[in-house]
Each structure stands twice: as C-alpha cells, then as structure tokens.
Write a protein that binds this ligand. Structure first.
Ligand SMILES: [Zn+2]
Length: 290
C-alpha cells in the first residue's frame, strides 16, 4: 500500500555534523522515504563551548547545515538549538562555577533569540545530565533549567528536554515546572522516551519516542501529541550508539506492508503533533493536506 497522500515522514530528533556523514545521512533518510528532520544542535568540536561566541558559532553551524541539507538532499530541516545541559559540567571545571552558569544562561538567551528570528523552531536540548552530578553542579543545573522555561515563556517557544528516563512522576514534575513558568505543558517535549506512557501518565507533556520496533507498535494507537525519533548521532566513533537515520522511513514502509489499515495513525506523530507543539504543519510538496 502507498503512503497516505500528503503525509510527511518525520524524524523528531537527530544530530548531524559537518564532520560526520552530514548531508549524506540526510540523503539516505530521503531515499528511504523520509521528508522532514528536526535537527538538534551539538558540540561540533572536541570540547564544550567556553564562550558565548563559541555557542553562536555552534548554533550558526546547525542553521547552515540545515540549509545545506534542504538544498542538497531535498529534506525539510527544522533546527533546534540550546546549550547542552552536560556542557555546564565541562564549563564548571574549566572556568569556575559562577562564570559557567552565567555563560549557560546567556547561551539560553541566545537560543531564544534564534527562535524569535525564526532560525530555530524550539529550545533544545535543555534539562539535566542523565547521570548523577555533585550538589553544586545540580544546583546550577536547576537554575539553568528554570531559565530555559523562562526563555520559552518569553519567546513563546517549545522546549525539548534532555534527562534520564522519566516515569509518570517525572512527567508530572515537568508539567508542574511548565505550569509554574506559564508554558503550555504540551510544548514541553521529553526527548528519548524509551517506554510508552499512557495519556494520564504523561501529565500533558509530549513524549518523543525512540523509534524501536516494539515501542513504535505499542504507541501507534495512542492519542497525540507524541513523536518518533532516532536521536541519530552521526558519530563514526560510535556506530550503532543510537538508531540509524533511515529507521523511521523503514518503520513506515513495514507498517504499510504488514498493517496497512493502521497507516492513517501516522498523521498523529508526523503532522497533528507537530501542529499542536510547534504550531505549524510540515507540508509535503504536491500532496493535498488532510
Ligand atoms: Zn539528542
């Protein structure tokens, strides 16, 4: 069975590097049937930025790579930028606690400006390291996370959260933080969700599910908003660390083959959820939108 007409095929979270496979990976995504990528920034050099101008360079690199992918691979790319939460730890030891936090907050403000200038569609990744940290670092992490919510409220933009795996209580905590900051909970996205959470357990926060075969099957009938992602890392040193960039179009192809009657469910992660969280609809050239 063919893809429903006008349906985009979207990977909601990946990283690509001009020094890695880069545009080539996007071409593989496109030839497998993918149409839209949310491209999250990353450190493109060996260590975390220690100045605001290094963050500016990093975010600019993400934005120009997005443009290059659109031109050369024909994939629509939505950049997502923010200082990575783990950067704070590196900066702590390099420039000291006070300056590290100051830099991180300024980089969050810069990310907000990228959103307001329409160079990015969300702040991400923001949140907490996925491993235990010292009390001092943890205090700074919480301040930075609160600031991310403030920037999201002021700029009226979505937040893509990096953290350890969260259960229902963890989703509840994010929803509480969103309410306190005045950010709609559905605009808070927990990226790299590895287990299905039913609607009551999500507390209206949006999960972005890792597109593993079993999980994809489990969540397909859930009401939105929710996304699918590979968290592709584009790091030749860590092959297979996460899913390959062609995974989501391949999942779509096998669904169309094995359970074609469920194909219409794909409007939820690929179109309706994007509209709910990001307030735009990914368009596919030539296809009338549902
Ligand atoms: Zn990521």
């Amino acid at each position: 069975m063919a893809l429903p007409r006008g349906l985009p095929v979207v990977d909601h979270h990946c990283h690509l590097s001009p020094r890695g496979e880069g545009v080539g990976a996007a071409r593989r995504f496109a030839s497998a049937g993918g149409t839209h990528l949310f491209l999250t920034t990353q450190n493109y050099s060996a260590s975390a930025p220690l100045s605001l101008s290094e963050y500016q360079d990093q975010f600019d690199t993400t934005v120009s790579l997005a443009r290059q992918i659109r031109e050369e691979a024909g994939v629509v790319v939505y950049p997502v930028v923010a200082p990575y939460p783990v950067d704070l730890i590196t900066a702590f030891s390099a420039i000291g606690a006070e300056r590290a936090l100051e830099l991180h907050l300024a980089a969050l403000d810069l990310a907000g400006r990228f959103f307001r200038e329409r160079k990015a569609v969300a702040l991400g990744e923001v949140g907490r390291p996925h491993f235990p940290v010292s009390a001092e670092v943890s205090e700074a992490v919480e301040k930075a996370f609160n600031h991310a919510f403030e920037v999201a409220r002021e700029s009226d933009c979505p937040l893509v959260v990096h953290s350890a795996d969260l259960d229902a209580a963890g989703f509840g905590e994010l929803a509480g933080r969103a309410a306190e900051a005045g950010v709609p909970p559905e605009r808070v996205v927990k990226h790299y969700a590895r287990e299905r959470l039913g609607p009551p357990d999500r507390h209206a926060v949006t999960p972005s599910y890792l597109a593993r075969r079993e999980l994809f099957r489990e969540v397909l009938r859930d009401p939105g908003p929710w996304f699918l992602e590979t968290d592709f890392l584009d790091d030749p040193a860590r092959p297979g660390a996460v899913l390959d960039l062609a995974t989501i179009p391949r999942r779509v192809a096998s669904l169309l083959r094995d359970r074609p009657d469920e194909a219409d469910r794909l409007w939820v992660p690929f179109s309706e959820s994007v509209e709910k969280v990001y307030r735009f609809r990914p368009e596919v050239a030539g296809g009338p939108q549902r």
